[in-house]
Unconditional design. Structure first.
Length: 332
């Protein structure tokens, strides 16, 4: 069971499924209710929390039943709960029809029903039980937490070198997972800017590289990588086509290309730049590989060639007048 963070639920679910593919453990959705996603997969919890951006925690489901005090008590009695000092928490899968008082009542019922082998300890617990209130209500034991504090520490405003159009860590991770890059793969961001995507890829445990036309950006990205002590990531100055040919091969691509008035494509028309990028990617990625990119929703045309199959397409509102599309493609 995965608790999603809620910024964009369709994108978050897609990130989870893509991440499992990248880990070589494709899974299936058992059911999905708001922020709660129950999956069937052999993926390890530690691998998922290391990679995911739009999630909070991973749980092993101990049982599911009615969202009532009687129902949750029966779940606790029937569940195989490991012994140890226990903290009990509650989360609402959706705000619709589930009030905060019900969630707390069910969490209290769990604590009251636990045996003496599981004393309640909120400060120094050995395990955390969570009641995911919904239809059905699930009882789970926490297997791992996503490092959201770490991601917040690397937000654009906290970097020594930044640009207003830089991508935040949680969305960079979602984009990387959409690319299906495996842990032993090497990812390229051909429009790296301040280095946010290669930086997150390095922290997630894969090799990464970034390219940018401007030497100032390359030096600034290196400054960010040094500041956050990220290893295994290289930054190159130059056109992405030249960097790809001289520094490749790369397993996949995850990138946020230039868009709008505040971006630069080296004087190249934005649509022409996108078309050239997709064709270079198609020339270098073998069939069966994936890549991911972000595009503004108001592009005049779809710039990818028929050598790419569109797999995922999710919109994220940046501000009132602009939506951006998180896209993944399969090379065919």
């Amino acid at each position: 069971m995965i608790e999603l963070s809620g910024e964009n639920l369709p994108l978050a679910r897609c990130e989870v499924m893509s991440c499992m593919e990248a880990l070589g453990c494709p899974g299936s959705i058992v059911h999905s209710q708001g922020k709660v996603l129950v999956i069937d997969s052999k993926a390890k919890a530690g691998d998922l929390v290391r990679r995911l951006g739009l999630a909070r925690g991973i749980y092993r489901v101990l049982g599911e039943g009615e969202g009532t005090v009687y129902g949750i008590k029966r779940l606790v009695r029937d569940a195989d709960i490991p012994p140890g000092r226990t903290r009990v928490t509650a989360l609402r899968s959706s705000r619709e029809g589930v009030g905060p008082s019900l969630a707390q009542d069910l969490a209290g019922a769990v604590g009251a029903t636990l045996s003496r082998s599981n004393p309640i300890d909120l400060k120094n617990p050995e395990l955390t039980l969570t009641v995911a209130v919904g239809r059905p209500t699930a009882l789970g034991v926490q297997l791992g937490e996503v490092d959201r504090l770490g991601m917040r520490s690397r937000m654009v405003k906290h970097r020594p070198f930044f640009s207003p159009v830089s991508i935040e860590p949680k969305y960079a991770r979602a984009l990387i997972n959409l690319s299906r890059c495996p842990d032993d793969g090497r990812l390229l961001d051909p429009f790296a800017g301040t280095g946010g995507i290669p930086m997150e890829a390095g922290i997630m445990g894969m090799g990464s590289a970034g390219a940018d036309l401007q030497q100032e950006m390359v030096e600034g990205a290196r400054m960010n990588l040094d500041h956050f002590k990220v290893s295994g990531c290289q930054m190159y100055q130059g056109d992405f086509q030249d960097v790809w040919e001289s520094q490749g091969p790369f397993h996949t691509v995850a990138t946020d290309p230039p868009y709008g008035r505040s971006s630069t494509g080296g004087g190249e028309d934005i649509l022409t730049l996108y078309e050239r990028f997709f064709n270079v990617a198609a020339d270098h990625l073998p069939p069966g590989r994936f890549m991911s990119t972000i595009m503004p929703s108001n592009m005049e045309a779809e710039p990818w060639p028929d050598r790419f199959q569109l797999i995922d397409d999710h919109s994220l509102r940046v501000h009132r007048s602009l939506k951006r599309r998180f896209l993944s493609f399969k090379r065919i």
